[in-house]
Every structure is written in structure tokens, then in C-alpha cells.
Design a protein around this ligand. Structure first.
Ligand SMILES: Cc1cc2nc3c(=O)[nH]c(=O)nc-3n(C[C@H](O)[C@H](O)[C@H](O)COP(=O)(O)O)c2cc1C
Length: 175
């Protein structure tokens, strides 16, 4: 796992190649093995590979989502607000588990934030996606994870660049 984390970077440029069905299946398994508060599993995941729907997802925000159109796969991570008060945490954990599993399969990915983001000045990204995806009222989107074979290789972060001042021992230390 630490080797995976040493190499981990967000990938926003994707090769045209599709993700093989066996790999898609592993991604579904990883998601469903995610931990959630009290085991409520308040999430649902929409796997999108259709080019026209990918293009619509790419328009979820004014910036920071356009690269979804070139992804081979986007996973829309949805939370059921009526099932858990900590659906954001549960969806976030599933999102990062998905990203790390994708990386372990040789795929690149990037998180696109949807919760609390705007599609335009008078429409939330969630409202926009409700219309695109036909989401019921109790369902909100936390993130969209864009996935595909990488067409860029961002440099891994060097050990010496890590901010160890963020680590405190026993009690808060002013640094
Ligand atoms: C909660 C969260 C939301 C993010 N939202 C976006 C986003 O909307 N668009 C985007 O391009 N990247 C997004 N990212 C990716 C971050 O920009 C990226 O992780 C950060 O710049 C560090 O780069 P690295 O992942 O390559 O280490 C998000 C990451 C997280 C964890």
C-alpha cells in the first residue's frame, strides 16, 4: 500500500483505450467492500462509459470537470442523505478506495468534487446531475471519479517535500 501511495497522483489526461470489463468488475468489488458508518452503506455508484453521458458529466461545473469527457469511465458516487448523517464521509472513503484500486490496476483517476459545488451562478452541480442522471430526491452526488488509462505521468511527490510539521506527537505542538 505505501508503494501505491508513493506513486499516487491525480491523472486528468486519458488515452482513448477502454477499461477492460474484468477491471471494471474489480472496481465494483472494491467499492462494495468500502467501510461505512454503522455499516449503513448509504451509497450507490453509477458507472458511465457512454461518451454522450460522459460529455454531459463534464459540464457539471464551470471548471475542474471538463476532462471527464475524455475518461474511459466515470463513476458517480451518490449518497442517500436519508440513510445516514455521515454520507459525505462514507462516500469520500468509497471514492478514495476506488481511486487507489484503479491505480493498482494500472489506471489513472481524478476526483471531481460535486457536493457543495455550482454548475452555474443559479444552479448547483447536484441539481444539474439530477437532471442528467435522473436521480431521486433523496440522492446527492458527492464526487465523480474520472478513470482511464493515463496519457500523462505526473511526478510522484518526493519524500523530502512531505510536510512533517503536520504531524504532532501526543498533544498539539505549535510549529
Ligand atoms: C475532495 C477532493 C476534491 C477534488 N476536486 C477536484 C475537482 O473538482 N477537479 C479536479 O481537477 N481535481 C480535484 N481534486 C484533485 C486535487 O486537485 C488533487 O488531489 C490535488 O491537487 C493534489 O494533487 P495529487 O492528487 O496529484 O497529489 C480533488 C481532490 C479531492 C481530495
Amino acid at each position: 500500500m505505501i508503494e501505491l501511495l508513493r506513486q499516487r497522483r491525480s491523472v486528468r489526461k486519458f488515452a482513448g483505450q477502454a477499461v477492460e470489463p474484468e477491471k471494471v468488475k474489480v472496481l465494483t468489488e472494491a467499492l462494495l467492500r468500502s467501510p461505512s458508518s454503522r455499516g449503513f452503506n448509504p451509497w450507490d455508484f453509477i458507472f458511465v462509459q457512454d461518451k454522450s453521458i460522459l460529455s454531459e458529466l463534464a459540464g457539471a461545473k464551470e471548471s475542474g470537470s471538463s476532462f471527464i469527457k475524455d475518461a474511459a469511465l466515470a463513476v458517480v458516487v451518490c449518497g442517500d442523505q436519508s440513510k445516514s448523517d455521515v454520507w459525505v464521509e462514507d462516500c469520500s472513503i468509497a471514492s478514495i478506495i476506488l481511486q487507489l484500486t484503479a491505480q493498482s490496476l494500472g489506471l489513472g483517476s481524478c476526483w471531481v468534487q460535486i457536493h457543495k459545488r455550482m454548475h452555474s451562478s443559479d444552479m448547483t452541480s447536484n441539481h444539474y446531475l439530477k437532471e442528467v442522471l435522473g436521480l431521486p430526491d433523496n440522492i446527492a452526488v458527492e464526487s465523480i471519479i474520472a478513470i482511464g488509462y493515463p496519457a500523462e505521468e505526473p511526478e510522484p511527490i518526493k519524500y523530502d517535500f512531505l510536510d512533517f510539521d503536520k504531524i504532532h506527537t501526543e498533544k498539539w505542538e505549535e510549529k
